[in-house]
Ligand binder design. Structure first.
Ligand code: NAG
Length: 211
């Protein structure tokens, strides 16, 4: 649900746009007073992830597994197709592994303490200051994606998120846009090609340079 593709290499200086673009966008919605029932991410999911504020020409794949309590991100150079980074958040160990691959150099690894909780549902106790921003359609009316907008806090993060219900799933939903701000990071993610499964589970292996 709240994803944190923390990848230090990609974050430096990525603060070009004004801070709360996504919140502002969603606050323009016709706010319904009725909070929808809390939705949850599928037990595992993956998506292509683009940070609209990043100055780097990269693509990322993000995968989350709530039973493993892990979130993995593989980042690829758009120009060369080469993997330039892998990060793995182990929410149980409160640790993020960040491996960086630079051509012609030995891969590096950083292990950094990580204290943000992993929340799967909008009623998770780690979510505070929850505000329902309303619902609207992303794209064409009648043929686009109907979503619910929320803002909330989790640990030191301010998050706004647009969640789209998965048809006939009961209470499952997936993110399409997320604005995430904390002391180190100011990102607007869009999620593409989301799937309720993880195609390559090795994304949850500790990156080789970190072993
Ligand atoms: C949170 O919401 C989910 C989905 O609607 C529900 O299954 C679960 O029981 C709720 N948990 C709590 C603690 O209310």
């Amino acid at each position: 649900m709240l994803t944190l593709a923390a990848f230090t290499l990609l974050l430096a200086g990525a603060c070009a746009l004004s801070a709360n673009t996504v919140t502002t966008m969603m606050q323009d919605l016709k706010v319904s007073s009725k909070l929808p029932p809390p939705c949850c991410s599928p037990p595992t999911w993956q998506a292509e992830l683009v940070d609209l504020k990043s100055p780097y020409q990269v693509d990322s794949l993000i995968a989350v597994d709530y039973s493993k309590n892990m979130e993995g991100v593989i980042t690829t150079s758009r120009a060369t197709g080469q993997v330039i980074g892998r990060s793995l958040i182990d929410y149980s160990k409160h640790l993020i592994y960040e491996a960086v691959y630079v051509p012609d150099m030995a891969p590096t690894c950083k292990k950094v303490p990580f204290n943000m909780p992993l929340a799967r549902c909008m009623n998770d106790t780690t979510i505070t200051d929850l505000v329902y921003l309303g619902s609207s359609t992303l794209g064409m009316k009648g043929a686009g994606l109907n979503y619910d907008g929320y803002s909330f806090k989790a640990a030191d993060n301010e998050i706004s998120i647009a969640l789209v219900p998965i048809p006939n799933s009961g209470n499952l939903c997936y993110p399409v846009i997320e604005s995430l701000k904390n002391k180190q990071q100011d990102s607007i993610y869009i999620f593409l090609q989301a799937e309720s499964k993880v195609n390559d589970p090795t994304i949850f292996d500790v990156p080789a340079p970190c072993v």
